[in-house]
Design a protein around this ligand. Sequence first.
Ligand SMILES: Nc1ncnc2c1ncn2[C@@H]1O[C@H](COP(=O)(O)OP(=O)(O)O)[C@@H](O)[C@H]1O
Ligand SMILES: [Mg+2]
Length: 272
Amino acid sequence: MLEISNLSAGYGEAAVLHGIELSVAKGEIVALIGANGAGKTTLAKTISGLLPARTGEIRFEGARIDRLRPRERVLLGIAQVPEGRQIIAGLTVADNLALGAYARHRSLGEAGIKARMDEVCRLFPVLSERLLGSAGNLSGGQQQMLAIARALMIRPTLLLLDEPSLGLSPTLVGEIFRLIQRLRSEGMAILLSEQNARMSLAIADRAYVVEMGRIAMKGAGQELLGRPEIAERYLGVGQAVSDQHDRRAEDRRARLAAGLARILPGAGSAGG
Ligand SMILES: Nc1ncnc2c1ncn2[C@@H]1O[C@H](COP(=O)(O)OP(=O)(O)O)[C@@H](O)[C@H]1O
Ligand SMILES: [Mg+2]
């Protein structure tokens, strides 16, 4: 569905992404993990068209999209949930949702937009109770839900999620991750950028590790979760310097996995 080859991008003099090769298939969650500043947001922006590609190709359903305007990419079915949510606090929840369908507002009309709102609110009942309230009065978790709901207004086939768990409580993170898995089960392709590598690897079918603007590693989500170098660098497990240390790290990974299984029913089997 999404195929990226030899992609480079950056800002002014700063080259940030170098020779990125990445793909996402229909019904697949692909996680992008990497430290702060690695280039995850830059990649999401280049896919959605907010930032131009400098070299390489981005294909969506077989056709080149790297020269298309952001709005044209939205019309093809690519929606982005930006880092930091970027909802408009001074508008109502309903108006924020309507903005999500802006690219389609001619063809949908008022009634069509209302119908889409009802549709996305079924996924987020908490939003339907607050449609006429100001978006600025929502909690952090509700604002993240609004940002996702807004992206779903165009019924995307590819969803770019940039750090959806940032700043949320574990319960809310669990809720958001369950929703992401539900969207996958409906056939959506999802590119999930996260510093919370443990959670995202646990639900991802495949994952890429981004380091200094390059793909440093890739593999199945569960497989990367088990690699010692990933544990050390991205899961905060610490360096395994002896057998005893190894066992303790193993133990800790097992306990983490058990904890995850409790908050994410199905997480254990979802990563294959
Ligand atoms: N608007 C910008 N102008 C210049 N440099 C930027 C801009 N946004 C990000 N960068 C730089 O690009 C690099 C990658 O940033 P980013 O894509 O935000 O990383 P991540 O999302 O992985 O944390 C960093 O070095 C960052 O400082
Ligand atoms: Mg980022």
